[in-house]
Design a protein around this ligand. Structure first.
Ligand SMILES: Cc1cc2nc3c(=O)[nH]c(=O)nc-3n(C[C@H](O)[C@H](O)[C@H](O)COP(=O)(O)O)c2cc1C
Length: 551
């Protein structure tokens, strides 16, 4: 590909108000969030499995990093001109926040603002993504076209081919001309041909455009961007209203227009600072088998008839870096990229659109279940039961595949800790009274084999006072912690609940007894209880403050 490079660009052409993908990699490196692997690594059998260990090896999310492979080879030992980055978009929330240019706790608000105030892209005529332009014969034959790009195999042992995974697939609505951008996987089939999977039942914008083109009896034009300014890449898998140009939302994120340039062989505008752009057309009559491929629902997506993408041009920037997203079984880069964007939008929907003030947090369960199926809502203690139920119903209806199991818990329950959620279900809910099953939910994103699905809603919030959590009060635990540290015992990672606290059913009298006991006054307590000795009471009968326990 290098032979096709155009002369060096003029220095002024790249003016922009945001970081491109290579600036982002430099920022990750500076933050200690990038592993650089310089030894030769086989993209077909080793590269993704190596990064996979990061997600299946017991590392905490905060310890995950991006990988940059600088010497990529294929199964036959052939080298490539381009390095490969994996995990650079969202191996963890911190990497994503660097890509968004805001701290983690401002990600939700940034999305809200960007969707409310999108900034249309600005057109440029000279773009880095056109440093090299390949068409015609340059796209055909060994080592040319797609065969010159180091595309890894994601799930060796199951996948039928290398796949483009970090895609921003751009197409235009034939009625309005408004562009859509979605992340859809693409299977390498020939140097100039891809198989593309667009879900037909998830409301994909690209599929909508394809249907409209089919009605007109013509092919759908598409440009697949791989590697671009991170906010652009984050918009592609985000669910954004039909008819909104995701590139304008990306502009809203960075607060300035995203530079776009006209593609070379299709009538589309693509981000000027893209690393690679694969232009082509999609047949609206014929389909070809595509897959198998490891899916983000954690099972292999078996072979299906899917779209045929015929490549008309490949363009790339000088020294391009190829980006690949690691997906399949969650947690993965693909689930992080969705979680950090979806959770705040769910919260906004419940709190600001439905006006349910008691909702504090929405937590989409990530490990193995992949976000959509199990959702935990944290609500303020004392939120009326009817409002808790409105939140449960509202969660099942916001996004089509989301909310198979929705559980409401109080603020003292960590929604990310399944043990704590089971604890709330075990002691705060009565299945007969506090659950509802809603029929007719789409089976959504999952392995084939099921028809319609349903939702189970569980109110596991406190419906009345409960006795305190049976752990030492906070100050006793904290004093003991200081001694623990002083003794040099193994480092602790406190897990809530790590101290006792009141849940409403407790009295000053019992507080006094406990304080006296902890101060060594247990005999005094014994004497007080002797004075309340009664006959005619049942064993196990509760004795409340002020009551004498007699029948
Ligand atoms: C890593 C990754 C891979 C994805 N692969 C596909 C895919 O192959 N096909 C698809 O239709 N959606 C896929 N999705 C989900 C879509 O990107 C998502 O539904 C998005 O909203 C689609 O954009 P659209 O609504 O503009 O069409 C993927 C998402 C991620 C994060």
């Amino acid at each position: 590909m290098a032979t096709e490079l155009e002369p060096d660009p003029s220095p002024g052409r790249r003016e922009r108000g945001y970081a491109d993908f290579q600036d982002h990699l430099a920022a990750l490196d500076a933050a200690g969030l990038l592993y650089r692997v310089d030894r030769a690594v086989d993209k077909d059998s080793v590269l993704h499995p190596l990064v996979r260990w990061q997600f299946r090896g017991g590392l905490a999310e905060a310890d995950r990093k991006a990988f940059l492979f600088t010497d990529v080879v294929d199964a036959a030992g052939r080298g490539y001109d381009f390095p490969v980055a994996v995990g650079a978009l969202a191996a963890n929330a911190e990497i994503y926040s660097i890509g968004m240019g805001v701290p983690v706790d401002e990600i939700g608000e940034t999305w809200r603002r960007a969707m409310q105030d999108p900034i249309p892209p600005g057109i440029v005529h000279d773009a880095p993504c056109h440093d090299a332009v390949l068409t015609g014969d340059a796209l055909r034959g060994d080592g040319r076209g797609l065969d010159a790009i180091p595309v890894p195999i994601s799930t060796p042992g199951y996948d039928a081919a290398p796949y483009l995974t970090a895609t921003c697939c751009i197409s235009a609505d034939p009625d309005t001309g408004v562009q859509n951008m979605g992340t859809y996987r693409a299977q390498l089939k020939a140097p100039d041909r891809l198989g593309l999977k667009m879900f037909v039942d998830l409301g994909q914008g690209g599929y909508d455009h394809w249907l409209k083109c089919r009605e007109r009896g013509r092919k759908l034009e598409m440009a697949i961007v791989v590697g671009c300014p991170p906010p652009v890449a984050y918009c592609a898998p985000q669910k954004i209203a039909f008819g909104t140009d995701e590139l304008a939302v990306a502009g809203g994120i960075v607060g300035s227009p995203i530079n776009v340039v006209r593609a070379k062989t299709v009538d589309l505008k693509v981000p000027a600072e893209s690393e690679f752009v694969i232009e082509g057309t999609i047949d609206t009559e014929y389909m070809e088998p595509e897959g198998p491929f490891g899916e983000s629902h954690g099972h292999i997506n078996l072979e299906e008839y899917n779209f045929i993408f015929e490549v008309t041009a490949i363009t790339h920037r000088r020294n391009a870096v190829f980006a690949s997203i690691i997906s399949q079984v969650t947690p993965s880069e693909s689930s992080v990229v969705k979680r950090v964007a979806y959770e705040p939008l769910f919260l906004e929907h419940l709190r600001d659109h439905l006006g349910i003030k008691g909702v504090r947090r929405v937590s989409m369960h990530e490990p193995l279940t992949n976000l959509r199926r199990v959702i935990v809502l944290q609500v303020a203690t004392g939120t009326p039961r009817t409002e808790v139920w409105r939140a449960l119903y509202g969660t099942t209806s916001f996004q089509q595949p989301c909310g198979k199991y929705v559980i409401a818990v109080n603020e003292d329950i960590d929604p990310e800790n399944a043990d704590a959620v089971f604890w709330a279900m075990a002691y705060r809910s009565n299945p007969e009274r506090d659950t509802a099953i809603l029929p007719h939910r789409d089976r959504g994103h999952g392995p084939k084999g099921t028809e319609e699905d349903s939702s189970l809603l569980i109110d596991a919030t406190l419906r009345g006072p409960l006795p305190p959590v049976a752990l030492p009060k906070r100050d006793y635990m904290e004093r003991a912690r200081a001694l623990w540290d002083e003794l040099g015992l193994p480092p602790l990672r406190p897990e809530p609940p790590w101290h006792g606290y009141s849940l409403g059913d407790w009295s000053d009298k019992w507080d006094g007894d406990a304080a006296r006991a902890a101060a060594g006054g247990w005999r005094d307590n014994g004497e007080r209880s002797r004075q309340k000795r009664r006959s005619g009471v049942r064993p196990n009968d509760l004795l409340r403050d002020g009551e004498d326990g007699a029948e």
